[in-house]
Design a protein around this ligand. Structure first.
Ligand code: DOR
Ligand code: ZN
Length: 352
């Protein structure tokens, strides 16, 4: 197959940041995607509906006029979150989900949740109004090995929360292990997971073997090869519980190449090209649309995109920028480690 037409993809997990960085990255997403779930881990975080309204306005102001792109807003769950504000934000149509960061789990998660009992009233309200909870599924205790943090989170935090709050709809963000895949696969209609492009491609050797490679460092960290393969099977299976959330997370080279470098991989520019490549490798191009364009909106109970895109495979590799400049530094673009041949373009409704 050298051509494929699918509904325009959405990105169900994206970091756009703010200010100069937002202005520098927005077009990469607004060109390739119809919608994206925008992460609220700014400094300070997006905690209230008013803050999300203002943030969405700042994002929209940066979208190039020729792009149609809808930023779907989330709130950062804290122990002080007001259930009434959450409900008002959701009912207004602005707030599409809340994000739970265990305190200290990742970039800008200091305001996250320490005592999960304290957020139960918010979770109960979310269950009532069917607003999804997005979880960064890692425990943060120093006594838990970083490679085990997802599995331990499921056992110690996620499963108990789901039992305490029946009907809560949960998305395990950027799932990275077979434990996560199994938990979601057997979890029924109220649980789903996003999978990033990079976790389908890299394993822990990618950033540790033969030298430290900061541009492959993200959280949750990529795990052993068997986990990558479990993610590949889940993504390419068409299973409606799994969909794309790139977790594309820009950091400047200065912030990444440091004695304590930041977590985050920037894939917004070449994510879809990478995905077409790996779905073809796994003989699953017919499942690409489910992963990028159908399963996500179905779980969020949002309409599917009507616009279509055409993927075509070229005979020569496509060139992508290796990095782009932001103020006085650069952001490095994800290098999948292989050439990319699939490209895509929007197509008119009449053409289909
Ligand atoms: O690698 C990551 N980067 N993982 C996260 O959870 C946060 C993100 C960021 O904001 O940079
Ligand atoms: Zn993220």
């Amino acid at each position: 197959m050298s051509e494929l037409i699918i509904r325009k993809p959405d990105d169900w997990h994206l970091h756009l940041r703010d200010g100069q960085m937002l202005a520098s990255v927005i077009a990469h997403s607004s060109e390739n995607f119809a919608r994206a779930i925008i992460m609220p881990n700014l400094v300070p975080p997006v905690v209230t509906t008013d803050q999300a309204t203002a943030y969405q306005r700042r994002i929209k102001a940066c979208i190039p006029s020729e792009h149609q792109f809808e930023p779907l807003m989330t709130l950062y769950l804290t122990e002080g979150t007001d259930p009434n504000d959450v409900e008002a934000g959701a009912k207004s149509g602005l707030i599409k989900a809340l994000k739970l960061y265990p305190a200290g789990a990742t970039t800008n998660s200091e305001s996250g949740v320490q005592n999960f009992e304290n957020v139960l009233p918010v979770l109960e309200r979310m269950a009532q109004i069917k607003l999804p909870l997005l979880v960064h599924g890692e425990v943060t205790s120093a006594d838990v090995d970083i490679f085990d943090r997802e599995a331990v989170f499921i056992e110690r935090v996620l499963d108990p929360i789901r039992k305490k709050v029946p009907g809560l709809r949960v998305i395990m963000e950027h799932v990275t292990t077979s434990d996560g895949v199994d938990y979601v696969s057997s979890g029924g209609d109220d649980i789903a997971a996003t999978i990033t492009t990079h976790h389908l491609i890299i394993n822990r050797n990618s950033y540790l073997a033969g030298g430290i490679r900061p541009h492959y460092y993200c959280l949750p960290v990529a795990k052993r090869e068997k986990h990558r393969l479990a993610l590949r099977s889940a993504a390419t299976s068409g299973n409606s519980n799994f969909f794309l959330g790139t977790d594309s997370a820009p950091h400047t080279n200065g912030a990444k190449i440091a004695t304590c470098g930041c977590a985050g991989i920037y894939t917004s520019i070449n994510t879809l090209n990478c995905l077409a490549h790996i779905f073809e490798d796994d003989k699953a191009l017919d499942k690409l649309e489910a992963f990028t364009s159908i399963n996500g909106p179905s779980f969020y109970r949002l309409p599917l995109n009507d616009e279509k895109v055409r993927f075509t495979k070229s005979s020569t590799p496509i060139n992508f920028p290796k990095s782009f400049s932001v103020q006085n530094d650069h952001v490095t673009v994800f290098d999948p480690g292989f050439e990319l041949y699939w490209q895509h373009e929007p197509i008119n409704a009449e053409e289909v």
